[in-house]
Design a protein around this ligand. Structure first.
Ligand SMILES: N[C@@H](CCC(=O)N[C@@H](CS)C(=O)NCC(=O)O)C(=O)O
Length: 309
């Protein structure tokens, strides 16, 4: 396959929302996952869907600067969505250095801008803490703190290489993600994001030290991305399917992954798992799939299923 075919697909409008017309979550009292009898002596804790508050519409809308594929950005989009805060999304091109640098002094996403306060901030978790503690954005402390559980974190760590291998070439090859609409932006991503087994230093090189590391040339990087798309993903997907079964066992419920309710655990986990939906042919365990769909609806953040490759 010619490199430019794999890496410069035309943008075609494909709907990406899975449940685009659903706007309401059931109120907490009406949507219990496990009905509770007032006579029940059971001490089992229920899984409780997040109770979404009324729509928050500031006169000057906040703007969130993101890359669509970026899980840190998705964290904030999910938080704004569950808190029902209307906002503008500015999808940065992946090679746009000027816009984020003007806002926060470097190329980074997400960036949250609140024009009514002339306030700008980076760092996903700081942004979420700000939004969830400011009464102008509805009830505060709606998102529970992180539980500190280790099992999900170690699952994430142990699947990092597998997920990078599958996801990174697909982000670029769809030609549909807003940050990759032009060839320069696709090339910027390929230039900066290594494919396993390469480490970041081997891929990018480093000329700052006494012993410069050359890194790979751009043609080689493009070839490796194209080869990754041309190769049969079946063995990797089989591996991923097994890992998802393990993760399914760790989920507390289809509404929140840890006991107690919707928390920063979900903000982090769901944001990362969303990227997997760009991989076609994955078999999702039932509960995990419901979790993906429930939080997509709750947070009004679409999954990639319709454009999966
Ligand atoms: N700790 C930051 C990490 C943000 C981050 O690493 N974002 C990546 C995109 S996923 C980024 O902007 N990297 C710089 C680049 O792409 O040039 C946060 O949580 O917001």
């Amino acid at each position: 396959m010619k490199l430019w075919i794999a890496l410069s697909f035309a943008a075609v409008c494909v709907p990406t929302s899975v449940m685009g017309f659903s706007t309401q979550q059931l109120p907490r009292s009406a949507a219990r996952w496990t009905p509770r009898s007032s006579m029940s002596l059971s001490t089992a804790t229920e899984a409780v869907p997040f109770a979404k508050g009324p729509r928050v519409i500031r006169q000057e809308l906040p703007t969130l600067y993101v890359y669509d594929h970026c899980p840190f950005c998705v964290r904030v989009r999910l938080a704004l969505g569950v808190k029902n805060v209307k906002h503008l999304i500015h999808f940065l091109a992946n090679d746009d250095v000027a816009t984020p640098t003007k806002l926060v002094g470097k190329k980074i996403a997400p960036i949250f801008s609140l024009p009514e306060d002339k306030f700008v901030m980076a760092e996903s978790l700081d942004i979420i803490a700000k939004i969830d503690s400011d009464e102008r954005f509805g009830p505060t402390s709606q998102i529970l703190p992180a539980s500190g559980r280790k099992d999900i974190k170690s699952w994430q760590k142990s699947t990092q290489v597998l997920l990078r291998t599958l996801q990174r070439p697909r982000y670029v090859a769809t030609g549909l993600l807003p940050e990759f609409q032009q060839l320069d932006s696709r090339h910027a991503f390929v230039r900066n994001h290594q494919l396993p087994p390469y480490e970041k230093l081997e891929w990018k090189g480093d000329s700052s030290g006494d012993t410069p590391v050359p890194g790979l040339d751009m043609d080689t990087k493009l070839k490796l991305y194209a080869e990754a798309m041309a190769s049969d993903p079946a063995p990797l997907i089989e591996d991923l399917n097994a890992r998802l079964v393990e993760l399914d066992d760790m989920l507390y419920s289809e509404h929140h992954c840890s006991e107690g309710g919707f928390s920063l655990d979900d903000i982090d986990l769901w944001a990362r798992l969303r990227s997997i939906t760009i991989v076609r042919g994955v078999t999702w365990p039932t509960r995990l799939r419901r979790y993906m769909d429930n939080l997509s609806t709750l947070g009004d953040v679409p999954l990639y299923d319709e454009m999966a490759l």
